[in-house]
Design a protein around this ligand. Structure first.
Ligand code: PMP
Length: 459
């Protein structure tokens, strides 16, 4: 039985009757019905009506090599025939995670040489949290277990991921967070910079909030700081250049481990294999997922730094942690080929030298001047557009988030998939976008902005 046997209305009715979607108001969805995407090719996705939509979000920040890569399907097929599954518990291994670990160690910052696998970014962050606390326990300092994170951070949707993250709405629904995780201000200059304060000074002040939290708890009680190099789901919040070097200095000064969450920024999105490289950081853990397989298979890799790995190996004792699908042979085979594609096509260098700068320039030249745009930001192929009612005062439209949703709906209508986060529009296209694709996306954004402005000013 295939979906072609059903009409859109029938598919929507079955979806509504049986399928609970992630991050969804289920009452709303029942009323509106879902948009059903049936196929995809290159940079485009297609819905049941055959409408072609340019995918400005690379799925969910993951399809870095674009859609329709036959070789990824073929490599999965071959691996499934040869060995669809075997576990990596109990002193067993399979070839593809071995080869992938070797490859990732080559690509990661030089102090990072070990990999722990899961199936999602959330799982990888659960692993990271447990591993970092276990590290300090092995070092004979079990009380050094507080984690400092930021408001607006997104680290996943499991209990640990939500606890590490800093999304207010998600915390309200935790009904019991993982203890001993503190959240400080994010480096979000657009809303938090004081009048007259330079970007540089704001970055230092945001970093100081981390040091204040360390001092308040006492450095002896703080295990690690966790952060996304650029906050993604929180609205592509790009920190001032002064921020990360200062965080690095503070962590080293207080012997606090650095955990980077590169679930979005990993595998080329920022114009480097990992943002850590671009920012000159040597983290103790790097959480990765999504573009590791370009979303063709669910797979996450927690990259673990030498400091933690050395203690694990030297002190020994079982680390009681792992998932059935840790090191899944098919997912790892797909990841290996996906990385090969990124290398073969020079996608990282393309973002760094060509499309990244072109994208930033296009947003500045063509979007920033629009009447309802307060600011544009870009970092590699991540972009943000702040929607405001008044360009000068940066006053927002009434009804938090409604302006961006209006714009998003116009964008999709006009053939561009974008996402709204609060009053911010975000973009995270596949790395196969060319200058022409960026131009096409900007045309569609301008049209959507014009239409949204008309609607919003009318109200
Ligand atoms: N960390 C970050 C930075 C993310 O953006 C995400 C997902 N958007 C996650 C963790 C969680 O990943 P997953 O949805 O695969 O669990």
């Amino acid at each position: 039985m295939t979906y072609q046997n059903f009409s859109l209305a029938q598919l929507q009715a079955m979806d509504a009757a049986h399928h609970l979607h992630p991050f969804t108001d289920h009452k709303d969805l029942r009323a509106a019905g879902s948009r059903i995407i049936t196929r995809a090719s290159g940079p485009y996705v297609y819905d049941t009506e055959g409408r072609e939509i340019l995918d400005g979000m690379a799925g969910l920040w993951c399809v870095n090599v674009g859609y329709g890569r036959d070789e990824l399907a073929e490599v999965a097929y071959e691996q499934m025939k040869e060995l669809p599954y075997y576990n990596s518990f109990f002193r067993c291994s399979t070839p593809t995670p071995v080869l992938l670990s070797q490859k990732l160690a080559e690509r990661a910052p030089k102090n990072v040489n070990q990999v722990f696998y899961g199936s999602s970014g959330s799982e990888a962050n659960d692993t990271a949290l447990r591993l970092v606390r276990h590290y300090w326990a092995l070092e004979g300092r079990p009380q050094k277990n507080r984690i400092i994170s930021r408001h607006w951070a997104y680290h996943g949707s499991t209990v640990a991921g939500t606890s590490l993250g800093g999304m207010g709405g998600m915390h309200d629904q935790l009904y019991g967070a993982v203890p001993n995780i503190a959240h400080v201000m994010p480096p979000y200059a657009f809303e938090l910079r004081r009048p007259g304060e330079s970007d540089h000074d704001f970055g230092l002040r945001a970093a100081q909030a981390v040091e204040d939290a360390i001092l308040e708890a006492g450095a002896d009680n703080v295990a690690a700081f966790i952060g996304e190099p650029v906050m993604g789901a929180g609205g592509v919040k790009i920190p001032p250049e002064s921020y990360w070097p200062e965080i690095d200095r503070i962590c080293k000064k207080h012997d606090v481990l650095l955990m980077l969450d590169e679930v979005i920024t990993g595998y080329g999105r920022t114009g480097a294999w990992f943002a850590a490289e671009r920012l000159g950081l040597e983290p103790d853990t790097i959480t990765t997922a999504k573009a590791l397989t370009s979303g063709y298979q669910p797979l996450s890799a927690l990259l673990v730094g030498d400091r933690i790995a050395k203690t694990l190996v030297e002190k020994g004792g079982e680390f009681y942690h792992g998932y059935t699908y840790s090191g899944h042979p098919v997912a790892c085979a797909v990841a290996l080929r996906n990385i090969e594609i990124i290398e073969r096509e020079g996608l990282v260098e393309r973002v760094r030298d060509d499309t990244g700068p072109y994208f930033a320039n296009a947003l500045n030249e063509r979007i920033a001047g629009h009447g309802i745009v307060g600011e544009v930001r870009a970092f590699g192929l991540m972009g943000a557009i702040e929607i405001v009612a008044d360009k000068e005062t940066r006053e927002r439209f009434p009804g938090q988030g409604t302006a961006a949703v209006t714009l998003r709906d116009h964008a999709i209508e006009g053939g561009l998939m974008m996402r709204a986060v609060g009053d911010t529009m975000i973009l995270s296209p596949p790395l196969i976008w060319t200058r022409d694709t960026i131009d096409m996306a900007c045309d569609r954004i301008v049209t959507a902005l014009d239409r949204a402005e008309k609607d919003l000013r009318k109200g």
